[in-house]
Design a binder for this molecule. Structure first.
Ligand SMILES: [Zn+2]
Length: 295
C-alpha cells in the first residue's frame, strides 16, 4: 500500500456480521468480506477481555489483514477530581494494555470535561497525567499510540487545539480527528468546507509536523447538532457533512492513515467513503497520485 493511502473501516463490528461467530471475531471476518480494512474495537462501556480473547482477536485480524484500534471507555476524564482520577486512569490503562495484546496499534479516548475551567487550566492538569500514563505504558512495552479524540461539544476538553497540545507535548500521543465532531462543535454550521478542512489539516502539520498527516486516525459520520454542539450521529445521506470536500482536502495534502465510520449504518457508509476516496485518488482521477500504483 502506498504511504499516503487510507484504510477504511468501522467503529464496532459491521451490522451485517452474522450471529455466529459474531462479536469481534465475526466482525473481522465480515470486514474482510466487505473488502474494508480496519476495525475499532468498541470497548466503550468497560474493558472486559481475557488475554486469551485478545490473542484470538490478534490472530484473526492478522490473518484477515484488518488493522485494529480500540475505542476506550467513554468515562475517562483527564480533568477528573482526585477521587475519580484513579478510576479514569485505570480505564485508559486497561484499554491500552489489553488493546495492545489484541494487536491494536491505536487507543482512542475522550479526553474529558472542562468543568467550567479554561482550556489552559485544564491542560495544566491533563498533560502531566497523560504523560505519566504514557511513561507507564512504555515501561510495560505497550507501544500503541494514545489518541485523544476531538469532541463534539464545546463544554468538553477536545477542541482541535486541545488534542494538538496533548499530542505536541507528549511523545506517543497523537490526535484522533473526528471531523463530524469538529463540525458540530462550532454549532453554527461552520467547519464544513474544503477551505476550513484544509486549514485544520494545515494546523495539524504546523504543530505536529507533516509526518502526522501520513498517519492520521479519523472518525467520520454525518451528524446532527445544535448551538451547543453534537446531538447524534447520522447517515451521510441524512446529514449536511460535506465529506467529499474533506476527502479532497485530505488527498491534496497527501494524507494517509485510517478512516473509521461511526454512522448508524456503519459499513454502508464506510463503503461509501471508500468508494468516494477511490474515485478521488484512483487511476481515472484528474490529479496524478502515487496511490495509483495500488490499483
Ligand atoms: Zn469517540
Amino acid at each position: 500500500m502506498a504511504a499516503t493511502d487510507f484504510v477504511f473501516g468501522t467503529v464496532g463490528s459491521p451490522l451485517s456480521t452474522p450471529k455466529k461467530p459474531g462479536g469481534t471475531l465475526g466482525g473481522v471476518k465480515r470486514l474482510a468480506e466487505l473488502k474494508l480494512g480496519a476495525l475499532e474495537l468498541a470497548w466503550v462501556q468497560s474493558v472486559r477481555v481475557t488475554l486469551a480473547t485478545c490473542e484470538a482477536i490478534r490472530q484473526a485480524a492478522h490473518e484477515a489483514h484488518i488493522s485494529l484500534s480500540v475505542h476506550a471507555p467513554y468515562y475517562i476524564n483527564l480533568n477528573a477530581d482526585s477521587d475519580e482520577w484513579p478510576k479514569s486512569r485505570k480505564r485508559l490503562m486497561d484499554a491500552a494494555y489489553f488493546g495492545h495484546q489484541a494487536g491494536a496499534s491505536e487507543i482512542v479516548f475522550h479526553p474529558g470535561s472542562y468543568f467550567a475551567q479554561s482550556p489552559a487550566q485544564v491542560l495544566r492538569v491533563a498533560v502531566p497525567r497523560l504523560r505519566a500514563c504514557r511513561d507507564e505504558l512504555d515501561a510495560l512495552g505497550v507501544s500503541a499510540v494514545l489518541r485523544p479524540e476531538t469532541m463534539g461539544k464545546s463544554a468538553m476538553l477536545g477542541s482541535l487545539e486541545d488534542v494538538l497540545t496533548l499530542s505536541a507535548e507528549i511523545e506517543g500521543v497523537e490526535p484522533c480527528l473526528d471531523f463530524a465532531h469538529l463540525h458540530a462543535r462550532a454549532g453554527d454550521g461552520s467547519g464544513n468546507s474544503y477551505a476550513e478542512w484544509g486549514a485544520m489539516l494545515d494546523r495539524v502539520a504546523e504543530r505536529l509536523g507533516e509526518v502526522a498527516l501520513r498517519r492520521l486516525h479519523i472518525h467520520l459520520s454525518g451528524i446532527e447538532y445544535s448551538v451547543k454542539g453534537e446531538r447524534n450521529h447520522l447517515p451521510f445521506a441524512q446529514a449536511d457533512l460535506r465529506y467529499r470536500d474533506l476527502l479532497t482536502a485530505l488527498r491534496d495534502r497527501g494524507c494517509g492513515g485510517r478512516i473509521l465510520c461511526e454512522s448508524p449504518i456503519l459499513e454502508e457508509d464506510a463503503l461509501r467513503l471508500q468508494r468516494a476516496w477511490r474515485r478521488l485518488t484512483g487511476p481515472s482521477a484528474s490529479t496524478p497520485r502515487a496511490t495509483r500504483t495500488r490499483e
